[in-house]
Design a protein. Structure first.
Length: 277
């Protein structure tokens, strides 16, 4: 009886041990993904994202069966095809590094290239911290192809000097006309929200908007703030974009109005691809 029990325990151990070992190996092999997920949570609480939570809320950020939300997406997708708006894009995907603010300040400030110029991190040692990752490059290329396919009206393009924003502007919109460090998120800088909002408001009110074209801003999450606007359709807890998403902003009689938010780029582009009857 004892020998039978021992044999049973040995057999169970022989079955469980390989599974346990394979689980450890799998965790080790996926350690970078796990690390990115963990740091992404911290990142979503950082100054770049300026959010209370890194969790995505489908109810808040996507339409699904919400008829009013769907109708608004349809209206604004077609409306901005007429041009005349400021579109604030969050850059495409990047790897989530802890202390990204530290690397961003290297690129925006620690160089001799000029006040609003860039250190060009894509040729520097910390490029992986601040530039688009491989998926982001593909994402930006796909977004650009979609916009060209629908003949999207692009006018003046201004970008944050940070690598991922510049790359987004270059790949999607064919380049940029101007760089401004005001468009960098607040993380790298010693300043109050009020100071940054004041600078942003002045910048956005001075942007060139050409007839029949949209002015493009390639920037970050956590830049746009409710206090910039004379009127906004968003509640104060809704200032959030997924990578590649964008805000629709109008400038009328020196008043800034946040008209609409496409949390995902897909929420915009799918309006131009009806499946048919």
């Amino acid at each position: 009886m004892v020998n039978s029990r021992k044999l049973k325990n040995i057999l169970i151990s022989l079955i469980v041990l390989p599974i346990w070992i394979m689980s450890l190996i799998s965790i080790y092999e996926d350690r970078s993904k796990i690390s990115n997920k963990i740091t992404g949570i911290f990142e979503n609480n950082s100054n770049e994202n300026n959010l209370d939570s890194g969790e995505y809320s489908f109810e808040k950020n996507d339409c699904f069966s919400n008829r009013e939300c769907i109708e608004e997406d349809i209206f604004w997708a077609n409306e901005i095809m007429n041009g005349g708006y400021i579109l604030h894009f969050r850059h495409a995907e990047r790897d989530k590094w802890i202390d990204v603010q530290m690397y961003d300040s290297l690129e925006s400030d620690v160089h001799d290239n000029g006040l609003n110029e860039s250190r060009l991190a894509e040729i520097d040692y910390f490029k992986d911290a601040v530039c688009l990752n491989e998926r982001g490059m593909i994402q930006a290329q796909a977004m650009g192809e979609h916009l060209r396919n629908i003949n999207f009206p692009i006018g003046y393009v201004i970008s944050s000097p940070i690598c991922r924003s510049r790359q987004t502007a270059e790949i999607i919109f064919g380049g940029y006309d101007e760089l401004s460090r005001i468009l960098v998120h607040r993380g790298p800088y010693k300043e109050t929200i009020e100071q940054h909002v004041d600078d942003l408001t002045k910048l956005y009110k001075s942007l060139k908007i050409y007839d029949g074209k949209n002015t493009i801003v390639s920037s970050h999450n956590g830049v746009i703030h409710s206090d910039m606007f004379d009127y906004s359709v968003l509640d104060t807890d809704q200032y959030e974009l997924e990578e590649g998403g964008f805000y629709v902003i109008s400038l009328k009689d020196d008043e800034l109005i946040l008209e609409h938010s496409f949390y995902f780029f897909k929420n915009f582009i799918k309006q131009f691809y009806p499946r048919g009857s």
